[in-house]
Design a protein around this ligand. Structure first.
Ligand code: AHM
Ligand code: MG
Length: 342
């Protein structure tokens, strides 16, 4: 007899039965998984078909849109249109909140999504991903007011991502646990492959676009220099894919830290709070890690704009704390001794 493999659907049903998750959240997660299977199918042949290349448009971020960015955005809109699951959707590709009002007035949740994160990697057959967070519709106000999403990430009910790499993986956090599923493409199902993921307290890798090091707060140069030379032990390795989902996933499994700070010209950095930083911060914290903008927990930032950017330092607890201490003015020696005594 072969070993029994738990499908995502079976897992979600068990979570509902045990009271660890609500049926609504699990239905949304299941729909995300279905949409991501479609996205993955398109990605597998993107270089051969009509979705290759650029859309010829600039999005609200001022960035050139790949055809697949737009395809993925529309895929998620279509999957939830009329589903009765979401009242609205906030997407990297859409300037305004997308409302599903007409179809499902009773839907109780909002989703924030980066449909195709790291899309510049599409040009080189590199890793890309989808990032999402699910929030409750605020009951005290009508949900066509954007202020429903101007709430801190601590109010996210679930968050996660799908990584389209050699394998397609779905990782989500809800109820304080993080679970990972791998798509069996022959069967067309996600199977539980990484139950109860815990991020190591420290690692030996850092991840960031070091071409910008000179423009960042000197604390990052100190951290990188200190650990490149084996400051407190083994020298760290630099790993940078340039797709947040891919870089974060590696750190979640192996430990270490990812950073994308602000600089003089872009004080808030590049990454977006609602559909990049806050969802991954939710996953990191649920797995025992941490995420900060350098001064404040990412999950406590109250957004004041839909496409707001934020500096991000995320990953293992020790490295995130060390960078935060350096930013606050501590010396590497003080940070090292603090780490050794914690
Ligand atoms: P995108 O959502 O438009 O793809 O942009 C975000 C991406 C992240 O995935 C990645 O961490 C970052 O941009 C890389 O930026 P850079 O090229 O400046 O290193
Ligand atoms: Mg992105």
């Amino acid at each position: 007899m072969t070993e029994h493999r738990l499908t995502l659907t079976q897992h979600l049903l068990r979570e509902v039965q045990s009271g660890a998750a609500s049926a609504d959240i699990d239905a949304i997660l299941a729909e995300i998984a279905t949409a991501c299977k479609e996205a993955r199918a398109q990605l597998a042949q993107v270089g051969l078909g009509p979705l290759a290349g650029m859309q010829g448009a600039i999005n609200v971020q001022g960035e050139a849109v790949h055809k697949l960015d737009w395809f993925a955005n529309n895929l998620f809109v279509e999957h939830f249109e009329g589903s009765g699951l979401l009242c609205s959707l906030i997407s990297e590709e859409l300037e305004e909140v997308h409302h599903f009002d007409d179809d499902c007035p009773s839907a109780g949740h909002t989703m924030c999504i980066d449909p195709m994160d790291g899309s510049s990697n599409l040009d080189v057959d590199g890793v890309v991903g989808t990032i999402f967070a699910i929030r409750r519709k605020a009951t005290e106000e009508h949900h066509d007011k954007p202020s429903q999403v101007y709430r801190p990430g601590t109010e996210q009910l679930a968050a996660g991502y799908v990584l389209y790499g050699p394998q397609t993986m779905l990782v989500y956090a809800a109820g304080g646990s993080v679970h990972g599923f791998t798509l069996d493409t022959a069967v067309g199902e996600f199977f539980l492959s990484h139950p109860d993921i815990r991020i190591p307290d420290c690692g030996s890798e850092f991840s960031g676009n070091l071409s910008r090091l000179a423009a960042w707060n000197p604390a990052f140069k100190t951290f990188v220099g200190h650990h490149s030379h084996g400051g407190d032990g083994e020298p760290y390795s630099l790993r940078y894919i340039g797709a947040l989902v891919g870089d974060f996933h590696r750190i979640l499994l192996r430990g270490g830290v990812f950073f994308y700070p602000g600089d003089v010209n872009n004080r808030q950095g590049k990454l977006r709070l609602l559909y990049e930083a806050a969802p991954l911060a939710h996953v990191a914290e649920a797995a025992g890690g941490a995420a900060t903008d350098g001064a404040q927990r990412i999950l406590e930032i109250v957004p004041n704009a839909l496409h707001q950017r934020t500096p991000l330092v995320i990953g293992s607890r020790d490295e995130v704390n060390a960078i935060q201490s350096l930013l606050a003015g501590a010396t590497p020696a003080a940070v090292a001794s603090k780490g050794a005594s914690s």
